[in-house]
Design a protein around this ligand. Structure first.
Ligand code: HEC
Ligand code: HEC
Ligand code: HEC
Length: 152
């Protein structure tokens, strides 16, 4: 009997491990998955699966490189994300909870402060550009949001 009990325990543990090991965010999210509109163009700037899991790192690294070392590559620019991922209805990545950069984050309870400064719509200037939005033009380009080691 002890043998059978051990065996059953193993089966249960294996099941739990399999559930915990679910690789993708969407699969892990289970029911009530955010429904995402497909981005423009053929593909994303990196492999889709990679983007699902690592886009935050790309944005932070890009951001840190831009801000600290003055390196500007455009491959992972936030502007690019907005250009390809703005919703066809709202024209924005973050106007409503169904928009691309909101859907998953609403689900995970992550709130982004990016849009205080960065445009959520293609072709719109961020506050630091010419023709600044929302009268925030006076903010320093060396803003505190980018000087805290890429945190929140
Ligand atoms: C307080 C204002 C402010 C906030 C908040 C802010 N940024 Fe920025 N961001 C800037 C400024 C200013 C620049 C520099 C723009 C430039 O050099 O052209 C910049 C540049 C960037 C760049 C490099 C340029 C580009 O278009 O790719 C990225 C990426 C970026 N920010 C991502 C983010 C993300 C992601 C968030 C939210 C987690 C965020 N920023 C929040 C002001 C802000
Ligand atoms: C040239 C257009 C383009 C740019 C620029 C772009 N994407 Fe994408 N993105 C796409 C396309 C197209 C897909 C869907 C690819 C697929 O279905 O395999 C996608 C998929 C994704 C996904 C996965 C969505 C899902 O269904 O799970 C994420 C997350 C993502 N992109 C984030 C970003 C971020 C963050 C940026 C900016 C750093 C960005 N993308 C820039 C076109 C783009
Ligand atoms: C497929 C789902 C999905 C999509 C689409 C998505 N994100 Fe995320 N994002 C996540 C997850 C999951 C996290 C990690 C949440 C956490 O750690 O709280 C995250 C975290 C982030 C973070 C780090 C937040 C922090 O406080 O550290 C940034 C920045 C970010 N996403 C930017 C974006 C931008 C910009 C877009 C739209 C171009 C976008 N994301 C679209 C799922 C997504």
């Amino acid at each position: 009997m002890a043998k059978l009990a051990d065996w059953l325990r193993l089966v249960v543990l294996a099941g739990v491990a399999a559930v915990l090991a679910v690789p993708s965010f969407q699969a892990a999210a289970g029911v009530g998955l955010p429904k995402l509109e497909r981005g423009k163009g053929e593909k994303c700037v990196e492999d889709t699966q990679f983007m699902r899991r690592n886009h935050m790192e790309l944005l932070k690294h890009q951001r840190d490189d831009t801000m600290r070392k003055g390196i500007r590559t455009t491959k992972h620019s936030l502007k690019g994300c907005v250009e390809c991922h703005a919703g066809s209805q709202s024209g924005s990545v973050a106007a409503g909870k169904d928009d691309f950069c909101m859907a998953c984050h609403v689900y995970t309870g992550t709130r982004l402060d990016c849009w205080d400064c960065h445009a959520t719509k293609p072709g719109k200037q961020s506050f630091f550009g010419t023709g600044a939005a929302a009268g925030q033009a006076a903010a320093s380009p060396r803003n505190p949001a980018h000087n805290q080691g890429g945190g929140q």
